[in-house]
Every structure is written in C-alpha cells, then in structure tokens.
Design a protein around this ligand. Structure first.
Ligand SMILES: Cc1cc2nc3c(=O)[nH]c(=O)nc-3n(C[C@H](O)[C@H](O)[C@H](O)COP(=O)(O)OP(=O)(O)OC[C@H]3O[C@@H](n4cnc5c(N)ncnc54)[C@H](O)[C@@H]3O)c2cc1C
Length: 372
C-alpha cells in the first residue's frame, strides 16, 4: 500500500511525486509511456518556475536550454508586433525536461509503473484501488489525477466535463532553422496560431493549435498547412525553409479549455487535469508545476494529520482558484481575440499603436515566481 498513487507522469505528476517523496512519503506514478518521449507542447517555459526547478536539482544550463527574452506576434496578413518578455523563460524539449525530472524522482525513491494505463479507480473506505491495463492493482491512501489535457479516465470516473463548442488540434515538430534563439514568435493563421522558439541542441520547436475543422476537405495535415498556415508570410517562410527533424509530427486532438473540477470523487487534480490554459499564454507548464507543488504541500499536511480529507479538498480547491482561475480566464479571452483572423488583425493594429499594453497583457497571463 502506497501513501499516494499519481496517474500520469507529466510535469504536474512528477512535481507532486518529487515533493511527496522529499517529505518522506511512499509514491507511485503510473505513466502510459516510457521516458524519454515526445509530447505536443510549445516547449517555452516561463521563468516563474526556474528557481524551483534548479532547487530540486535540474541543471537547466547544462541541458542546453535556450534563454528567451523577446516576443513577436504576427497577424494572418503578416503585420508584426514586438515586445520584450519581462520575466522571460527558457526553451527545452519535453523529451529532455520530463526525463530529467523522472530521474530526479527515481533518485528520491519514487516508484514508477511505466507503459501502463490506468483503466479504473475505486475508493473503498479510506483506500483507493487503481487498476491498470497491465492487469495490476495498486492501493494507496490518496489518489492524484495528473493525466493531462484529455483522458479516457475522466469518462471512467464519470467526471462531468462541460462541452466545448469548438474542437482543437495540437501539432508539434522539431526543426532546424536559422532563427534567433532569444525570441518566441507566435504567428496567427485562420483558426489558430503557431509558435516557434529555440530548445536545446540548436533545434527549434514549431508547434501550433488550430480548430479541427481546418482539416475539413484537406487530404491531411500537409495540405492544411499549405492552404491555411502559408497565408501568413512568416509561417510560409518558416515551413519552407526549415529542416523537419521528426519523421511525422506529434499530434493531439480534442484539446479542451473548459473549466474543470479540482477534486472529483476525492481525486486531487493537478496540471491540465484541473484546467488547461490556452497555449497562447505560454504558461501551462509552469501552472502544472506550481499546482503540483501546492497540492503536495497540502497533501503533506493531510498525511501528517494536521487537516482531514474534507479540509484538504476544500483548501486545495480554493488555493487552486486563488492562484490560477483568473489566469485561465484571461487566456480564454486572448484565445477568442487572436483565434480569429479579423479580430487578431484588429488587435495587433491596436496594440501596435499602444505598445505599453502588450507587456501588461503578457504579465496578466503569467503567475508569480514559485516560492518554495
Ligand atoms: C499546442 C499546445 C502548445 C503548448 N505550448 C506550451 C508552451 O509553449 N509553454 C507552456 O508552458 N505550456 C504549453 N502548453 C501547455 C502544456 O503542454 C501543458 O499545460 C502541460 O504539459 C501540462 O502538464 P501536465 O503534467 O498537466 O500534463 P501532461 O504533460 O500532458 O502529462 C500527462 C501525462 O499523463 C499520462 N496519462 C494520460 N492518461 C493516462 C492514464 N490513463 N494512465 C497513465 N498515464 C496517463 C500521459 O501519457 C502524460 O505523460 C501547450 C499546450 C498545447 C496543447
């Protein structure tokens, strides 16, 4: 019997695991894949979690992460907006980042069940029973859901998720290209936006989010890119000049930005499982880490007997809302503004005339530096 079972070993799950193990609790992470592996993500991570990551032993410079301090936004027709990134961030592939955190967790004694998908969960009295597709059952006093943006598991645990009217798709490539390493550029196209920024080893992450309906009447992703993304001259240049380093892109569909419960059937949700900020805000990774950290602090109090289960769930929900609810709301408003060709064009024109506004907008989608 473990103290905690964590479903999903992304940034949220790994952070909870590391923190609980540091505090002396027994933890198992059940992860569908085996590290290292690629994941759809823009791979720009805000500096608000940099001091924390370094504190737990991640050598960001040694991993070759790029330092990013400038931001550029373009409209579909190629109108440009520039802004400094006050807090800034760094670029590192999820392939490396998640793998390094996994190794830190292993060194702290965290157990992993890899290549295993959680298929069912049940709580009997004070014990959770978790079944995997590898025909194993694990038991723990507490269950943490950190299974990401969308998962079958929500259906299994009958978690009510509000319907999202628009369906989104995320696509990622690693490329090599002659491009500034200190810049993150977001280029709009009809029904979406595409980000490019440097990661380690002189590579760049090229990642976009778009409405799934963009694929309608197209022979595939390539044709959609040529017909829709190439209308933005910056994207046309990037896509036609880059060397693509993957055999095929990483793809994720059914990306949802709706509000979700922070606790369901006594399962504490962290990271995207609790709510995904729109990628335009470039902040989902730090929210996953920060929510994992905050959850672990309260779970520690629960294990130590300072608070009971009911108090843990209430405190976690209010802490999550205090820290992230407004940030996610602002991300959704930005998505509405920049997700459509006409409104994006208008917004960029307006912001070009009022350049002081852009740093304020960027600031409003970011959180505070994580204190530990
Ligand atoms: C297109 C796009 C671009 C983005 N760009 C950025 C960006 O540049 N910067 C940024 O900060 N954020 C970005 N984000 C958001 C960021 O990727 C997420 O917020 C972050 O990955 C959340 O971490 P997580 O741990 O909650 O989930 P994840 O990292 O998704 O981890 C969840 C894990 O759970 C596992 N899992 C799922 N179901 C099961 C199961 N049943 N059993 C076992 N394991 C399971 C998965 O394999 C996965 O490893 C982007 C998102 C999208 C969609």
């Amino acid at each position: 019997m473990y103290d905690a079972i964590i479903i999903g070993g992304g940034l949220g799950g790994l952070t909870v695991a590391i923190e609980l193990a540091k505090n002396g609790f027994s933890v198992i992470v059940i992860e569908k894949h085996t590290y290292p592996f690629h994941k759809v993500c823009g791979e720009y991570i805000s500096n608000e979690v940099r001091p924390y990551l370094e504190h737990i032993g991640l050598d960001i410079d040694k991993l070759g992460a790029s330092s990013i301090s400038k931001f550029q936004l373009s409209s579909v027709r190629g109108k440009l907006l520039h802004s400094p990134l006050k807090m800034g961030g760094f670029g590192i592939s999820r392939y490396s980042l998640d793998y390094e955190l996994y190794k830190i967790a292993i060194n702290l004694g965290v157990h992993f069940e890899l290549n295993a998908s959680v298929e069912d969960t049940q709580r009997i009295n004070e014990t959770f029973f978790v079944d995997t597709n590898t025909s194993k059952t694990f038991q723990a006093k507490l269950l943490i859901g950190s299974y990401g943006k969308r998962a079958k598991i929500d259906k299994i645990i009958q978690r009510p998720i509000p319907k999202q009217t628009t369906s989104y798709l995320g696509i990622k490539y690693h490329i090599s290209l002659d491009f500034p390493k200190d810049l993150i550029a977001l280029h709009n196209f009809d029904g979406g936006y595409c980000g490019i920024s440097a990661i380690e080893d002189n590579k760049f992450c090229l990642c976009y989010l778009c409405v799934t309906s963009n694929l309608k009447n197209k022979s595939g992703v390539k044709q959609m890119e040529q017909d829709i993304l190439y209308k933005n001259p910056f994207l046309k240049e990037i896509f036609t000049q880059a060397d693509f380093l993957f055999k095929k892109p990483e793809v994720i569909n059914e990306v949802v930005f709706v509000t979700k419960s922070k606790v369901h059937e006594n399962i504490i949700m962290v990271g995207d499982s609790a709510g995904l900020i729109t990628p335009l805000a470039g902040n989902g990774m730090s929210i996953a880490i920060r929510s994992g950290f905050l959850a672990a602090q309260l779970i520690t109090e629960f294990f130590q007997g300072t608070i009971n289960r009911n108090e843990l769930e209430k405190l976690y929900t209010s802490t999550w809302n205090d820290n992230f609810r407004n940030q996610l709301w602002r991300g959704r408003q930005l998505q509405k503004l920049f997700g459509k060709e006409k409104t994006a064009e208008l917004a960029i024109n307006f912001l070009n005339n009022l350049p002081v506004l852009m740093p304020l907008i960027i600031r409003s989608t970011h959180g505070k530096v994580l204190k530990f």
